[in-house]
Ligand binder design. Sequence first.
Ligand SMILES: [Zn+2]
Length: 280
Amino acid sequence: MRRRKTETGWSKINGMRLCVFLLLSALLPPSSLAALDRGADGKFHQRRSAHFRLLQDVDIDHRTGRGGSRQFEQAVIEALEDAFRQVHKKLDIRPRGAVDVVVYDPAVFDGTYSDQFRFSTVGFYDGVIHVRGDVEVNRRLVRTLHHEYFHAALDAVSARGHVPAWLNEGLAEWFENLAIGKRRLSSAEYAYLSQANRLDRWVPLSVLSQPTFAGLDNESATLAYLQSYAMIEYLVRHHGEHRLRRFMRKLVRGARLEWLLKREYRVSLAELEANLRAEL
Ligand SMILES: [Zn+2]
């Protein structure tokens, strides 16, 4: 699940949106593509690619030509296939079957889902990727597609409830940032985390270790997502991507998280958190 966020920094926390990873049936009825309401223009367009089935209903005036809905669908598919390649390359994770993706007209998405979550969202995954669309595939939409795809890929290879929210959301954030060439905390994110640490507004590990952040309020969710991203960024910065790949390979095969953190990173979860906070 991805919250709405501004591209200008973390000082403006109100009105931002993230996305939410939902355990199936946690909040919404099970997804059924056949049960989708009529789209913005009354009809969802369908596209297939090697690894995705796409349905989209963004209210774009024309079908063909520059800026048309066909071109938009092609750009969405390209972003999704890029997300597939990145997650496979970095973590050796890939779903066996095709992943279903629904891109909604922004007004339809907001009207349908705005009251389903306690914080404002631009996408969620509940067995199907649901994304708030746009009339073009801009940076924000690319980030959302990469973020949600990671949830879908991890869900396809891991036992339900085995991966805590901090790890699932932290990696989803890491991949969406990589998609736009960002590998580190921005100075605004760093400042926001430092202030939360200093004022002791830190979201505790017991909350970060829940299966999903879907129940958090807006401010707690903002911090929970950022802390989760910072923990992954810390692990990669200190130990590299190769270690992360080995860690995730063992985790999806069923290794217990605390045991695996000790084995691969020589820390407990509490020590990882303490090390991160000491850096801030
Ligand atoms: Zn998410």
